[in-house]
Write a protein that binds this ligand. Structure first.
Ligand code: FES
Length: 324
């Protein structure tokens, strides 16, 4: 069967039986945004049904979830989830402006739009150099740059050795992911191994170079978590680099920040820890109250107490390593 759908203000679009509204509108040359690639995981393809609601398929599970979360009124449908079952349908695309057109439409071909990323489970790795401010205060600026380069080379080598990818650097820290080319269990193992190698390499660097030549030493704070995130070249920032976004990323960043308060250089979420085939010794565990997380968030401490901190330690002792 072939039906005609009126895309208000745009054109009449022929829709084949079994074709979604999105597929039909794209085939007809409408620059219909579909950031998640038509998987029901965003809202950019949404339309308001003006007429013929009964000639559309039932709401899918994705639509029901998104309508609840975003509180969309009745009549709003996701075009990628809606199929036409009869004539008389008239819809109005809701997201369309010139900026969207500029950002999302490839070149001159308006029949295609970019898919802005894919969802994948990744191991998320945040690291920060501790004891850095006193170093900057005590050293000459070019010496600081020289040492920064040495440290970041050390971090990059360890991360790349275990298959990780650096996503961003900021100040004296960076953010990397593991699992772009492997399953989540292996990714988590790799993230932990990279973190352990960094701690070992920093210790050697301190003893053989930093202490003798600059009378200083560095420590690190590492946070690791796993979760489902969106990654891709989403066009954020000046260069079109890989971006990874999602709530688990925020959690990993907060675990790294919590290393100081927990007085332990490597904090990993219990969820990530449970994925490890050969988990390292955990000297303790703790429950953190994270903003936006309703229940205490359990973490394992697999690093070392800081030498540069004299901090109160309030963690539960854990005499044996925890295995999954
Ligand atoms: S394209 Fe993302 S929900 Fe339809």
């Amino acid at each position: 069967m072939l039906y005609q759908v009126d895309f208000k203000g745009e054109k009449m679009v022929p829709v084949q039986e079994g074709q979604s509204l999105l597929e039909a509108s794209l085939a007809a040359g409408i620059p219909h945004y579909h950031a998640c690639g038509g998987k029901g995981q965003c809202t950019t393809c949404r339309v308001l049904v003006l007429e013929g609601e009964k000639s559309l398929s039932e709401l899918t599970v994705f639509e029901k979830t998104i309508k609840t979360v975003r509180n969309f009124p009745d009549g709003v449908r996701l075009a990628c989830q809606s199929h036409v079952t009869g004539d008389g349908v008239k819809v109005h695309r809701l997201i369309k402006d010139e900026t969207d057109r500029y950002i999302f439409i490839n070149g001159n071909d308006e029949n295609t739009t970019e898919v802005m990323g894919v969802r994948r489970k990744l191991a998320l790795f945040f690291i920060d150099i501790r004891n850095f401010t006193p170093f900057i205060e005590a050293q000459l600026p070019f010496d600081v740059i020289h040492i920064m380069r040495r440290i970041f080379t050390l971090l990059r080598n360890a991360i790349e050795q275990y298959g990780g990818r650096i996503i961003d650097t900021a100040g004296d820290g960076l953010y990397a992911v593991f699992g772009l080319d492997c399953k989540i269990k292996q990714a988590t193992e790799s993230a932990v191994l990279a973190g352990q190698k960094i701690m070992e390499d920093i210790k050697i660097f301190n003893n053989t170079y930093l202490r003798p030549y600059f009378s200083h030493f560095f420590e690190v704070g590492i946070g690791v978590h796993v979760g489902s995130v969106i990654y891709g070249n989403v066009g954020i920032g000046l260069t079109n680099n890989l971006t990874v976004m999602g709530y688990p990323v925020n959690i990993a960043a907060r675990l790294q920040a919590a290393t100081k308060e927990l007085n332990n250089s490597f904090v990993i979420s219990e969820r990530a820890f449970s994925l490890l085939r050969n988990p390292p010794f955990a000297s303790g565990c703790a429950k953190l109250n994270l903003k936006g997380v309703s229940h205490p968030f359990e973490v394992m401490l697999i690093g070392k107490p800081y030498q540069s901190l004299v901090a109160p330690v309030r963690v539960e002792e854990n005499s044996a390593s925890h295995s999954s």
